[in-house]
Design a protein around this ligand. Structure first.
Ligand SMILES: Nc1ncnc2c1ncn2[C@@H]1O[C@H](COP(=O)(O)OP(=O)(O)OP(=O)(O)O)[C@@H](O)[C@H]1O
Length: 258
């Protein structure tokens, strides 16, 4: 058996991150299998986006390591794409040209296919300025997927959308995750969104991962009592922190490997 078959796709090992003497993340250990959908939740400012940037290779850990497919990250890996809360489209380029950014000339047809996959094939000639917020995010998603990444990092990409558009986008992301065989890591404030989409939900408190919950519900998920059970489990944990410190809890968890 080759090493890649036994090692996790993403391996975050003993990661600590500080800014100017202030520790944001301490001793973070997470393994993610290829094809897994992992959500990261936690209070505002707990370090969710920081962890995602470390996984993206946009920043380096103060200590510890991030390995992607057995390679230590020094910068952004070519197989990784990032989606933010804002679509970040270039307003002077058409929808299609925005999707074509960053993919080789010979693969330009992939951009059209990617736009069709998000249901915007008819809008390729439009300017971003005439699109709704949800449509802009779909273009950003098409752009992220046009180069066939293996790892998709989502930092609150649906945070600015209305409730219905948000649920439609969640369904789209879930469909594309399955079709493209992606590994996805989603940062969200919305516990319900995490339970709707993720195989595992990680909770960060005071710079430690204090909960790693497998969501064992069938897909597509419906908001029934089973769904509410997981939602309440995570929400209650967030609202009523236990007596022990996050550090003590994290130390009890021998490994988050699966
Ligand atoms: N480049 C930086 N320099 C200094 N401090 C930073 C930097 N980036 C993040 N921080 C600090 O690290 C902490 C965690 O920030 P981060 O954005 O990771 O939190 P978050 O959990 O994603 O928050 P939110 O849910 O509000 O987006 C915050 O206190 C923030 O001020």
């Amino acid at each position: 058996m080759s090493t890649s078959q036994i090692s996790p796709f993403l391996q975050v090992d003993g990661v600590q991150k500080s800014y100017d003497q202030r520790t944001i993340l301490s001793d973070i250990n997470v393994n993610v299998r290829q094809g897994e959908f992992v959500a990261i939740v936690g209070r505002s400012g707990c370090g969710k986006s920081t962890l995602l940037r470390l996984i993206a290779g946009l920043e380096a850990p103060s200590s510890g390591s991030v390995m992607l497919d057995n390679r230590k990250l020094g910068s952004t890996a070519p197989e990784t794409r990032f989606l933010f809360q804002e679509a970040r489209l270039l307003p002077w380029k058409s929808v299609l040209d925005n999707v074509r950014l960053g993919i080789p000339d010979k693969n330009k047809e992939d951009a059209r296919q990617s736009l069709r996959n998000v249901g915007l094939g008819e809008r390729e000639g439009d300017w971003p300025g005439v699109l709704s917020g949800g449509q802009k995010q779909r273009v950003a998603l098409a752009r992220a997927l046009a180069s066939h990444p293996r790892l998709l990092l989502l930092d609150e990409p649906l945070g600015a959308l209305d409730a219905l558009t948000r649920i439609e986008m969640q369904q789209l992301i879930e469909r594309l995750w399955v079709e493209e065989g992606l590994t996805v890591i989603l940062v969200t404030h919305d516990v319900s969104e995490a339970v709707a989409l993720a195989d595992r939900v990680l909770l960060i408190e005071d710079g430690h991962i204090t909960m790693d919950t497998r969501i064992t519900l069938e897909r597509p998920r419906i908001r029934d009592s089973g769904f509410a059970h997981f939602e309440n489990l995570i929400l209650n944990r967030l609202l009523t922190p236990p007596q022990e410190t996050p550090q003590q809890i994290a130390q009890k968890q021998i490994s988050f490997s699966i």
